[in-house]
Design a protein around this ligand. Structure first.
Ligand code: MN
Length: 198
């Protein structure tokens, strides 16, 4: 029997909760249409294959072509959408273990943000900029093109910014740098710290 294998994640906030940084209209398209399409495509592609019983991280490390692209984009977007909280929340600065690691590996939170924004702004074409931890807990920033995810490099992904134009064109038009700079206002550092320490 054909069923739904992968499903759209539920957002932990309402679709207008990230305004004015990300508009409800962008969430409706980015989450409701782009991410939904990746989920629908992957379900069609994996039906009856060895991949239908695998977690996304495993599919991404073992597949290529359409299955890799759709599984990678679901994994990327799940980590992306789950890392936000409304502007009024009180978790938009890092604390605890993740703050200690940022200070150790980048010098300061401001220096980290500057390097992260610079790598997001200079990534040519579509892709993602990531903060990840290596197997020793050292933090690294990487640029990944298209559907790629740092798990394929043996890294643990912690935080990401989507630099595909669909992530920002409704709200920021061509101003990618302004979009990246604004996203710090909605990053939920409790969630990033949880990913780092788990
Ligand atoms: Mn996207």
């Amino acid at each position: 029997m054909l069923g739904i294998i992968f499903s759209l994640i539920a957002l932990p906030y309402s679709q207008d909760a990230l305004e004015p940084v990300i508009s409800q209209e962008t969430i409706e398209f980015h989450y409701g249409k782009h991410l939904q399409t990746y989920v629908d495509n992957l379900n069609k592609l994996v039906a009856g294959t060895e991949f239908e019983a695998m977690p996304l991280e495993e599919i991404v490390s073992k597949s290529q072509g359409g299955i890799f692209n759709n599984a990678g984009q679901i994994l990327n977007h799940n980590l992306y959408f789950m890392q936000f909280s409304p502007v009024a929340a009180e978790n938009h600065t890092p604390k605890g273990a993740i703050l200690d690691a940022i200070n150790r590996d980048f010098g300061s939170f401001d220096a980290f943000k500057a390097e992260f924004e610079q790598k997001g702004t200079t990534l040519f074409g579509s892709g993602w900029v990531w903060l990840s931890a290596d197997k020793d807990g050292k933090l690294v920033i990487t640029q990944e093109t298209n559907a790629n995810n740092p798990v394929t490099k043996g890294l643990k992904p912690l935080l990401t910014m989507d630099v595909w134009e669909h992530a920002y064109y409704i709200d920021y038009r061509n101003r990618r740098a302004a979009h990246l700079q604004a996203l710090w206002q909605i990053i939920n550092w409790d969630e990033i710290n949880r990913r780092y320490t788990e």
